[in-house]
Design a protein around this ligand. Sequence first.
Ligand code: THU
Length: 132
Amino acid sequence: MDNIDLINKAIEASKNAYTPYSHFNVGAAILTKSGKVFTGCNVECSSYGISLCAERTALVKAVSEGCKDFEKIAVVGGTNDEFVYTTPCGACRQFLADFNQNMDVIMGFLDKGELQHKDMMLKELLPETFEL
Ligand code: THU
């Protein structure tokens, strides 16, 4: 699956974001090495700190379905479908890195209405990753 297809899946997932507090909708789509895609959105809570990010939602869905070999993840975020350049938060970086530090992170955004993306490897986003 190419990066634009994966970004479009993340965009679809972002439509389910539950964001009554921030109104910042995030969607993620994670691709396994066997070609399966799991999507996620952020789900906020009145006790703000326990809100869930889109990336971890997608990852936890995959792991709970028995998949944990990840190749890449696409992330989009914005308000009212105005997707701005959004990078995974620190907690999500560590969570993803526990599975594959070489995972590609595809960050999609709109530039004057056109879909663009910046791609980085997770270990670039989280150097000196904590490992047990
Ligand atoms: N958010 C994500 O879903 N992923 C990130 O990596 C960054 C932040 C969510 C959390 C919260 O619901 C909203 O974006 C604003 O912080």
